[in-house]
Design a protein around this ligand. Structure first.
Ligand code: CA
Length: 189
């Protein structure tokens, strides 16, 4: 039986969803949809963290963790999108929330952090990416700018410093080595 045939049940369900730990699945869905729309697969993060993405308790409800507090202040409080809290390091592990989300480590848990940082800088109209490890599966996403003529670059078994063509001046670049747990980003203003 569908909820469309049970308006009272729908109303009651809506009340629970907006006022308790049941609110979480709605925000989790928004989180997944936002990052899916930006070519960032968060399925592993969502599966591993579930309610602990924003709460101290894996079961949800109760106190929020550092990312949950950022979400409460920036997204709920100020009515902004997830973008508003992406360039914060909520849990203080020295990696930005967006970097952690891209790598699928927990942005609200400083015991779950990337293992190494990928250095990204611009040099004479190009972008320089310094890999601290040999990347078995290197991926680079760019927003607003293009790298090597594309918004997504995938390479296998790369190491050292990559100097890549950059088109555009304003945007963001994310790079990761999924298997080696390394990530980096650059915001171009
Ligand atoms: Ca973390």
């Amino acid at each position: 039986m569908s909820f469309t045939k049970l308006p009272i049940a729908s109303i009651l369900l809506g009340t629970f969803l907006s006022s308790s730990s049941f609110a979480f699945p709605i925000f989790l869905k928004q989180f997944s949809e936002h990052y899916d729309a930006n070519s960032i697969d968060t399925s592993k993060l969502v599966e591993n963290q579930s309610c602990a993405l924003c709460h101290n308790s894996a079961g949800g409800g109760g106190p929020r963790n550092a990312y949950g507090e950022s979400f409460k202040a920036g997204v709920l409080g100020e009515g902004k999108g997830f973008d508003a809290i992406e360039f914060l390091d909520s849990d203080g592990d020295s990696f930005l929330n967006l970097e952690e989300i891209y790598l699928n480590t927990a942005p609200g848990d400083n015991n779950d952090a990337p293992a190494a940082r990928i250095g990204i800088s611009t040099i004479s109209g190009k972008v320089s990416v310094s890999l601290p490890v040999t990347c078995t599966a290197f991926e680079l996403l760019s927003f607003g700018v293009k790298v090597e003529g594309s918004n997504k670059l995938v390479k296998s078994n790369v190491s050292g410093t990559q100097t890549l063509a950059l088109d555009g001046t304003k945007g963001a670049i994310l790079a990761k080595c999924g298997g080696e747990n390394a990530v980096g980003s650059l915001l171009l203003k």
